[in-house]
Structure formats: C-alpha cells, structure tokens
Design a protein around this ligand. Structure first.
Ligand SMILES: Cc1cc2nc3c(=O)[nH]c(=O)nc-3n(C[C@H](O)[C@H](O)[C@H](O)COP(=O)(O)O)c2cc1C
Length: 185
C-alpha cells in the first residue's frame, strides 16, 4: 500500500471486532511516530499503548456517551504532550501540531496493517490520566481506538453513526479550503 492508498483507505469506522495486538505491532506503530518531523526535533509526542484486557476495561469509564462502540477496542492509544516539550515561539505552540502529525503517521501505518485506528475527542482526560498514571501537567489530546473493521454494524451506533459507517462523511470542496497565491474571503 502506498501513502495515497492508505489515505484513501483510512476511515473512522466504529464497528470493530477483536484483533491480536502483538509487541511487533506496537513497536511498528511507535517507530512511525519516532521518525516524524518536529520543531527542533523536539519529539513532543507521548503515547500509552493500552492492550491488556483489564486496563482496556478500566478505560471504558473514560469514554463519553456516544462512544460506547469504542468498548470493542483491542487497543487504545492515549496520546499526550505538554507545551514545553516543543517549540514555544512567542504565542506559537507547536506541541499539538507535531503530536498530531506523528499520530497521523501511526494512523496511516495502522491502516496499512489492516487495522482501524480511530481518534476520538469524546473521553475524559482527567479519568484517563488517573487510570493510566499520566501526570497532571500532561494534556491528553486524543485516544486512538484500534481494532479490526467488522462488516457487521455495531449494535450501539446511532443513525448518524450508521450512515457514516456506510459512507464517508462529506468533505469540504477544495474551493472551500484551498487558495491560490493569496487568501480570499
Ligand atoms: C480529533 C478527532 C476527534 C474525534 N472524535 C470522535 C469521537 O469522539 N467519536 C467518534 O465517534 N468519532 C470521532 N472522530 C472521528 C470523526 O468523526 C471522523 O474522522 C469524521 O467524521 C470523518 O470520517 P472519516 O474519518 O471516516 O473520513 C474524531 C476525529 C478526530 C480527528
């Protein structure tokens, strides 16, 4: 699979079946983040790969309602960082950008490995920190829900989520976010 194919294949599926998570998979994904670019090579990203059954179950209490489907995760990757781990140039903070880019590399590689890697914002950072022993000063940015896509719809999905499962949610047209040479309202 080339990059373009992985970009096209990647979907935020919510119907998941279990998949075996091996040390090789974790290391493979982590190495993709490791190689990503960052401001001054600061590498601000931090990850907890949660895959032990009891820890996964404890993470269920950190999920927001509407994300019940994520209880079927075979792995949850907690993504966290803090501003002073990366460039702070006046009011420009790069830790979110760099951590996002490295996490995109993980998501695309997971796609290539035949996995679903679905980031979510619907979770409690406070509960996540408590469960995973992440220090308070760290910002938990997202949880990436990892599993294998199931053809059978998850029974906990809403109508909207079912629709998104069948068809990729619509995107802005290029003319709505691409400008040539100069920004225009
Ligand atoms: C930062 C972020 C937060 C998201 N939060 C949630 C979430 O809490 N629950 C959920 O079901 N999907 C969540 N999504 C998935 C998006 O809804 C999904 O990516 C979007 O609808 C486009 O669909 P696609 O990724 O399948 O193309 C999130 C995605 C991102 C990048």
């Amino acid at each position: 699979m080339d990059v373009k194919e992985a970009i096209n294949k990647r979907r935020a599926y919510r119907s998941l079946v279990p998949v075996e998570i091996t040390e090789e998979i974790i290391e493979d994904l982590a190495r993709c983040a490791q190689l990503f670019c960052s401001c001054f090579n600061n590498q601000p990203w931090r990850y907890v790969f949660v895959y032990e059954r009891d820890m996964l179950e404890r993470m269920h209490e950190a999920l927001s309602s509407g994300n019940e489907w994520a209880r079927a995760a075979s792995m949850i990757i907690a993504v966290f960082s803090k501003p002073d781990l990366d460039c702070l140039i006046r009011d420009r903070k790069y830790y979110f950008f760099d951590t996002g880019m490295a996490t995109a590399a993980i998501i695309l590689r997971a796609t290539e490995l035949g996995l679903v890697a679905h980031p979510i914002a619907g979770f409690s950072p406070k509960k996540t920190r408590a469960i995973l022993n992440i220090p308070d000063e760290m910002e938990v940015i997202t949880l990436v829900i990892v599993g294998k896509h199931s053809d059978r719809l998850s029974p906990v999905l809403s109508e909207k989520q079912i629709a998104a499962e069948k068809q990729r949610p619509e995107r802005l047209s290029l003319s709505e976010f691409v400008y040539r040479n100069k920004y225009r309202e």
